[in-house]
Design a protein around this ligand. Structure first.
Ligand code: LMR
Length: 327
C-alpha cells in the first residue's frame, strides 16, 4: 500500500479535471514522524485547515503523521524527489545538509520560550531558512516542539559524571553526538521510529527529548528517570519542495504563506503550553523520578559544553551567535 501511495504521489501532485472544466485541486502531502497530539502534529493539522479555508478548497494538505509514509532518515530525500511536497524535520536533522544550522542546537543557546520565538520568527530564522534554497528546498517557517530533557533507565542524571559510560540514543547530528561525548557518554544514532522498541529492548541507557515526545510516544515507560535540564531546544524546519513551490500560482503562494504565519504563531504558543501540561501529568505518575536541575547545576553543564561554542565559532564565525544574542 505504501508503495502505491508513493507511486501515486509522484503522478498526482496536481489533480485536475480539465475535461469537465473544473478547477485544479492542488494536493500537498505533508509527512512527519511524531504523534498527532504533539506541537508539530497539531500544527500540521491546523495548517491544513487554514490552507483549505484561505484557498477555498483549491489546495488540500494531507498530513501523514507517525512516520507512516517516510521515516526521518528518508523524508528529506522523499521531498527532493517530489514524492511528498512538505516535511518538518528537526533542526538537528537539517544540520547534516547545512552545518551552520548547528547554531540552534548549541546547548543552552536559548534561555526561554520567548528567546526561541524571537530567533525563530526574526532575522536569524530568515537567514537560516534562506540557506535551504541552496539545497533546492524552500523553507517556510521554523516551528517549535520544546526544550529537551534527559531520561534514563539507570539513574537520575544530575552531575556530568552521572553520564559516564552510558549509551544514549541521539538524532543524526554531529553536534548532538559531541555533546554526549563531552559528558563521557556514548551516543548512538537511532531514527525516531525505532526509539520506542530500542528502549524496550534496553539497547541504550538514555535519550534526550522534549516532554511532548517522551509523553506521546510513551518513552517514559522504560525511562523512569527524568531530569528537567532544558539543555537544548528541539525545533523544526518546515520545508517544501522548491520546484513544486515555484510552480504554484502567486495567489496560492500568498495564501499558504499567510496560513503558515498564523500556524507558526499558534505552534510556538501551543508548544509551551503542551510541554508544561504534560510534565504535570508525568509528575502524577508514581513510577517516575523527576528532578529539576538547579541554576548552579545547569552552570556545571554549561561549562562542560563550552568547547562546542568555541568549535562553532572557529568553523562558522561569530555572526549567527551574535545575532541570536541580539535578538
Ligand atoms: C527525534 O528524532 O527525537 C525528534 O526529532 C522527533 C521529532 O521530529 O520531534
Amino acid at each position: 500500500l505504501v508503495f502505491m501511495w508513493k507511486k501515486q504521489t509522484m503522478e498526482h501532485v496536481v489533480h485536475d479535471d480539465e475535461q469537465k472544466g473544473l478547477q485544479k485541486q492542488i494536493v500537498i502531502y505533508f509527512s512527519h514522524v511524531v504523534a498527532e497530539n504533539t506541537p508539530k502534529g497539531l500544527a500540521a493539522q491546523k495548517f491544513a485547515e487554514l490552507v483549505k479555508e484561505k484557498t477555498n478548497g483549491r489546495v488540500k494538505v494531507e498530513v501523514f503523521p507517525n512516520g507512516s509514509l517516510y521515516s526521518d532518515e528518508e523524508e528529506i530525500d522523499a521531498l527532493l524527489r517530489g514524492d511528498v511536497q512538505m516535511i518538518a524535520p528537526s533542526v538537528s536533522k537539517v544540520t547534516q545538509l547545512l552545518p551552520e544550522w548547528q547554531v540552534l542546537d548549541l546547548p543552552f543557546i536559548f534561555e526561554s520560550y520567548d528567546d526561541v520565538e524571537r530567533a525563530f520568527t526574526g532575522e536569524v530564522g530568515k537567514r537560516l531558512l534562506a540557506m535551504l534554497e541552496k539545497k533546492e528546498m524552500k523553507g517556510l517557517a521554523l516551528w517549535g516542539n520544546g526544550f529537551k530533557q534527559m531520561t534514563s533507565n539507570r539513574r537520575l542524571l544530575i552531575e556530568p559524571s552521572d553520564f559516564s559510560g552510558l549509551k544514549f540514543r541521539v538524532m543524526p547530528s554531529e553536534i548532538i553526538e559531541k555533546q554526549f561525548r563531552l559528558l563521557g557518554a556514548k551516543p548512538i544514532v537511532v531514527p525516531f521510529n525505532h526509539v520506542y522498541e530500542s528502549l524496550e529492548k534496553h539497547a541504550f541507557d538514555g535519550q534526550e527529548n522534549t516532554i511532548s515526545n517522551i509523553y506521546s510516544k510513551n518513552f517514559y515507560q522504560f525511562q523512569p528517570y527524568l531530569t528537567i535540564s532544558n539543555h537544548g531546544y528541539l525545533g523544526y524546519a518546515v520545508i517544501v519542495n522548491q520546484h513544486f513551490w515555484e510552480k504554484l500560482p502567486k495567489d496560492i503562494q500568498q495564501n499558504i504563506a499567510e496560513a503558515m504565519q498564523e500556524t507558526t504563531a499558534w505552534n510556538l504558543n501551543q508548544s509551551r503550553k503542551q510541554n508544561e501540561a504534560e510534565l504535570e501529568k508525568m509528575k502524577q505518575n508514581p513510577k517516575m523520578y523527576i528532578y529539576e536541575l538547579t541554576k548552579k547545576e545547569q552552570e556545571v553543564w554549561k561549562q562542560k559544553f563550552s568547547p562546542l561554542y568555541d568549535e562553532f565559532e572557529r568553523e562558522f564565525g561569530s555572526e549567527l551567535l551574535h545575532q541570536i544574542k541580539a535578538e
